[in-house]
Design a protein around this ligand. Structure first.
Ligand SMILES: Cc1cc2nc3c(=O)[nH]c(=O)nc-3n(C[C@H](O)[C@H](O)[C@H](O)COP(=O)(O)OP(=O)(O)OC[C@H]3O[C@@H](n4cnc5c(N)ncnc54)[C@H](O)[C@@H]3O)c2cc1C
Length: 381
């Protein structure tokens, strides 16, 4: 494994870092208080090609490797979690299914607009009865002539209200369980599609999560994504790659928390000296740094394995689990180092603390990741 990144990726890293510092940091309060992503931020993201990081250059994207996407994810993770969640759901789980298994027709039809951010993507697997038990879907798709008719409801869908192109899973053969699920590409303008309740959440403000309802939703037959009845495997592949991307955003958030904590503890004076001179504070900082760098190493190792075409089921689960739990521990320590100020909205720490919590739940809970890791280990017994 090569630990040096190419000059091209270094350039992309610096570009995204500058974008986050110039365009995202100044708008974080606006995103938080307004619970929306300002149009000018979306426009600025378009200009640097952020919407097309996963899309091959022949369809107008940057066609980054997984290592490249994690470098972008790390930089994006330093900024607003609402904005990076919105971007990640589009550029990661909302796009990768089309890139992985889409026909040339679907790629040519959707990817160029998605690369430019003219069309926003989402991924819709979860349903009220199918959370951790993700194959227990109730949404059905029945073939009628040259269309599929979808009926059912998805919930907790990131970008649900904004998405124009949704990768959604539905049951096509109820007798086959997980092997009777297919993936579809659904436009939000298709007859019978509607957005349901938009949830009120603990954090991730600016990034909207909603129900999506299919009521005899008419989907052209060519919008079947991949092969019939292979949609659950596609969903698992999308999620495995998504987990490395999510881990990179956790690492970015940790790095920013460490920067804030170093800065604050160096300036805050109690008992006549900066609090950083106390070993208790230094030990918290040391643990934050050590765990973040460990999460970072695991993330890039997994990303590298993706790029080598290796099986990453166990690696992706370990990476997502570890990085999200490190993120929560680092956020907790950052609040502690900031004392009362860590609890106040004047600083970003309390927001990041709230935003950290979701990473142990979505894209598979910590418990489910442990189940995946153990199942992969037991296969070798
Ligand atoms: C903000 C947000 C955004 C989301 N975005 C998307 C999205 O874009 N697309 C999408 O498809 N989904 C999305 N989700 C759904 C998310 O992936 C699920 O919420 C998650 O997988 C957990 O499912 P659940 O909420 O139904 O919890 P449940 O499955 O009901 O789990 C509840 C608890 O039980 C535990 N548990 C369940 N089964 C077991 C078991 N066998 N052993 C041990 N413990 C178990 C879980 O770990 C958890 O602690 C999002 C969710 C949220 C909150």
């Amino acid at each position: 494994m090569d630990f040096l990144i190419s000059d091209e990726l270094r350039m992309i890293q610096l570009t995204v870092r500058e974008f986050v510092e110039k365009e995202v940091y100044p708008r974080e309060t606006l995103i938080e208080d307004g619970d929306c992503i300002p149009d000018e931020l979306i426009e600025a993201a378009r200009k640097v090609g952020l919407f097309g990081i996963s899309i091959p250059d022949e369809y107008g994207g940057l066609g980054l490797s997984m290592v490249g996407k994690c470098i972008v994810g790390e930089e994006m993770g330093r900024g607003s979690a609402g904005f990076s969640g919105y971007h990640g759901a589009h550029a990661g789980i909302g796009t990768s299914g089309i890139v992985m298994v889409g026909s040339h027709y679907l790629k040519a039809k959707y990817l160029p607009d998605m690369a430019e951010g003219k069309k926003i993507g989402a991924f819709a697997l979860t349903e009220p009865d199918a959370g951790s038990d993700a194959s227990n879907l109730k949404t059905t798709a029945v073939k009628k002539g040259d269309r599929w008719l979808l009926n059912g409801a998805k919930h907790f869908i990131t970008n649900g209200p904004e998405a124009n192109v949704i990768t959604a899973m539905a049951v096509t053969d109820p007798s086959r369980g997980a092997r009777g699920i297919s993936a579809f590409l659904i436009e939000n303008t298709f007859p019978g599609f509607r957005v349901g309740t938009v949830e009120k959440k603990m954090g991730l403000r600016g990034c909207h999560t909603s129900e999506i309802i299919f009521d005899d939703c008419e989907v052209p037959e060519e919008n079947l994504l991949g092969k019939e009845n292979e949609g659950f495997i596609t969903a698992l592949r999308i999620l495995a790659n998504g987990r490395a991307g999510l881990a990179s955003r956790c690492v970015g958030a940790c790095l920013r928390l460490i920067e804030h904590s170093l800065d604050y503890s160096g300036k805050r004076v109690q008992f006549g000296k900066p609090i950083i001179e106390n070993q208790a504070i230094q030990w918290m900082l040391a643990d934050m740094e050590m765990e973040t760098q460990a999460a970072r190493a695991l993330t890039y190792q997994t990303a590298w394995k993706v790029d080598q075409g290796m099986n990453i089921i166990k690696d992706a689960a370990m990476t997502k689990l570890f990085a999200s739990e490190v993120y929560n521990r680092v956020a907790d320590k950052a609040v502690q180092i900031h004392g009362g100020m860590g609890y106040m909205k004047e600083m970003p720490i309390e927001r990041v603390y709230r935003d950290a919590r979701i990473t142990r739940i979505y894209e598979g809970t910590s418990e489910i990741q442990r189940m995946v890791i153990a199942a992969q280990m037991m296969k070798k017994c």
